[in-house]
Write a protein that binds this ligand. Structure first.
Ligand code: XMP
Length: 334
């Protein structure tokens, strides 16, 4: 795509000019489309003077951290540090059943962990004679719609947005340390970010990935989170998404996931009466995520997913499909 090639060249030139010969840039990445494309662009522009950090918060999807490491570090050559803080997050989530409190805890803990790592990276960056510059910039994968939204005065999107990006930008990153913000995707819409991702050689499956909330599986378990519940939701989600991919439906759906309702339902397994958790499947189509419709799956598809989940996910005895539109429902269950 010619326009994207041109954009790419110009974006690289701009980044180099802004960052300078020795400047270094720090960012948090999630494995999502925006932060991955932005990170790949930074790497093209300034190589290992770009430092990416991925925090494993214990509520990511099956094998997600390993996959992000393969995609960013191995495939794209991005200078990536993965921090496994899953135990800290899961321990801290104990006893919290309010959705907003879960978000707040995860956002706050994320900032603590990220800042501690940033200090280590700053020390390493300053002492590397090959680079000999300090971290002067903080990169974010902000898109054009985010820019407009934060400029707009009120409206539901403004309040909704505040809890979307985990914690937002750590204050220290822009104030105390005097880090300058760098947002290389600021002028792009989502489909342009995807085109740019392709131009940067990012694999198609990643470029087309559904969005995933920062608080992850924690807001896909109704009420209190435990490692066992996360594991069940994770297994069920993996089955659901794999079947969606196999059926060739992934790109027709805007967002899909499996959630866990920890109420116990009665079931029969073999000839025994059992109590098991309920898995809620959710899949929606939307253009702006402000309104959405439930996806119309073929019946046989839902039966196949139900069969696999009750057979393969220990502790689950029911599977339901959420047909609620937004409004009145939201896309996430919490
Ligand atoms: P709702 O549930 O509000 O979701 O209809 C709209 C979109 O926002 C995502 N979402 C979040 N993303 N942190 C995030 O990073 C959050 O706390 C959060 N809550 C919802 C949701 O996945 C959907 O894409």
């Amino acid at each position: 795509d010619w326009t994207m090639q041109k954009f790419l060249e110009e974006a690289i030139a701009q980044i180099r000019q802004k960052v300078g010969e020795k400047g270094q840039v720090l960012a948090a990445v999630s494995g999502g489309v925006d932060s991955t494309v932005a990170a790949a662009l930074m790497k093209e522009a300034i190589g290992s003077r770009f430092w990416a950090v991925l925090v494993n918060n214990g509520v990511m999807r099956l094998n997600e951290c390993e996959q992000v490491h393969r995609d960013l570090s191995e495939a794209l050559g991005i200078n990536l540090t993965v921090i496994d803080a899953s135990k800290e997050f899961l321990d801290g989530l104990k006893g919290i059943d309010d959705p907003e409190k879960k978000r707040k805890f995860i956002g706050g803990k994320f900032i603590d962990i990220f800042e501690a790592e940033a200090e280590k990276i700053e020390a390493a960056a300053a002492s590397d004679p090959a680079k000999a510059g300090k971290i002067g910039f903080f990169m974010q994968g902000t898109l054009y719609p985010d820019v407009i939204e934060s400029l707009s005065f009120k409206g539901p999107s403004a309040t909704i947005k505040t809890h979307h990006n985990v914690g937002g930008l750590p204050a220290r990153m822009t104030n105390g340390q005097g880090l300058q913000l760098i947002e290389p995707l600021r002028s792009l819409y989502k489909d342009e970010v995807r085109a740019l991702g392709r131009a940067l050689g990012i694999r198609e499956e990643l470029v087309m990935r559904h969005p995933f909330p920062g608080p992850g599986i924690a807001v896909r378990i109704l009420g209190e989170v435990s490692p066992e519940k996360v594991e069940m939701a994770r297994q069920a989600d993996h089955i659901f998404i794999s079947e969606i991919r196999k059926a060739g439906l992934y790109n027709q759906i805007s967002q899909a996931y499996a959630a866990l309702d920890p109420s116990r339902a009665v079931g029969v397994m073999g000839d025994k009466r059992v109590y098991g958790y309920i898995i809620v499947l959710r899949a929606v189509t939307t253009t702006d995520y402000m309104t959405a419709e439930a996806f119309n799956f073929p019946w046989e598809f839902l039966q196949r997913v139900m069969n696999r989940i009750v057979n393969e996910v220990h502790g689950v005895c029911r599977v339901v499909y959420d047909v609620t539109s937004k409004p009145p429902g939201t896309i996430e269950l919490e």
